[in-house]
Design a protein around this ligand. Sequence first.
Ligand SMILES: *Cc1c(COP(=O)(O)O)cnc(C)c1O
Length: 446
Amino acid sequence: MVEMLRTTDRATRERLIKEAGYNVFGLPSDAVYIDLLSDSGTTAMSDYQWAGMMMGDEAYAGSRNFYNLRDTIKEVMGYGYVVPAHQGRGAEHILMNVFVKPGDRVLGNMHFDTTEGHILLKGAEPVNCLAEAGYKVGEEADFKGNFDLDLLEAEINKDVDKAALILITITCNNNGGQPVSMENIRGVRKIADKYGIPVFFDAARFAENAYFIKHLEPGYKDKPVAEIVKEMFSYGDGCTMSAKKDALVNIGGFVAFRSEEHYRKAIEWQVPFEGYVTYGGLAGRDLEAMARGLKEVLNEDYLEDRIGQVRYLADLLVEAGIPIVRPPGGHGVYIDAKSMLPHIPRHQFPAQALTVELYVEGGIRGVELGGCAFGYKDPETGEDVWPELELVRLAIPRRVYTDRHMMVVARALKAVKQRASSIKGLRLVYEAPVMRHFTARFERLE
Ligand SMILES: *Cc1c(COP(=O)(O)O)cnc(C)c1O
């Protein structure tokens, strides 16, 4: 599909962002020139997927597209029990109800925000065990999505009975789409086996993770990505997936299990919340596009082009002196707002301010992943708690933009950098109790 882009003038953008409460989630997408808000559901589908959309079997139960999806997931990931869901968070909701009770702890490399939300809603505690290197934004290292395996074991030992689940997020979205190595995944499995804890993948970007393993990890350069994917999943008991990422579709998700017992428990939650077991909130045609996308994403020319474009934007930004998370991950470039706007204190949301300025400058929409998305007020002391990282993510939609668009993005950021010292912080004036960054409203400080 090809879409027209609309340009706007600066005065219009100033007005619109003010009306949106200085939160880019509130902008109409027509007023965005290059939309890097998310790589989620923004993929352009292929001719083969669109053809599949015409073959939707919309029977209430037993759609042929479900069986195709189930067989594809079995073939690609090795998990035979498949529970479709409307998107990733629907899958997470089901998974938490299978494994997690109030007071439990869910251990991960670094939980994604919706995952963290579902763990908290269940009355459980999300625990991140990311290795130290993953937090060091300016330092080049491979596999910055890895667990600190000693920390993981120490966290389990704090209360073995409460350690309900280990979740490996591939790639690790919240610190820059950083990959997890096969060696690290194997290490997690070994520890999990020692304590009898189930291991699941948050598999949103499994193919991108496999691509990094192929190119960075010794022993994998001659293995096809499809084979690497199979090996990764062999160390888990199942996965949740937001199909809006590496299944190359605009909507969809699923939970997949190795064991029938887990599956039986999952469908008790799927049927009331998502839909009957063979559709889970999706149309037959959506299931077909997902099945086709899950195979297309393994194409190595596609992956080279995809991850190459992210690398290209990162190189342009480095050249322009913009501080970014290095190396760039699989699906976007993350800007370190703390170092780009050092004069703005945390409680004035530097990453949010940078997101606003990038929109005003060039009509480009990124997203804050910092103090607004992950900060909160301590329920006992009422004090603000700030996350380590204060980033702006420029997520690149799959198969949508050209490298020329990336040049425009780099040019706009360069202009923002030139007036960085005059950029003002923001005051938070409205927040929801969970996942506040979607609907938060701000005022600009003078
Ligand atoms: C997008 C995403 C999710 C949530 O999926 P939705 O489809 O947006 O509900 C969960 N985990 C990771 C790592 C993601 O990137």
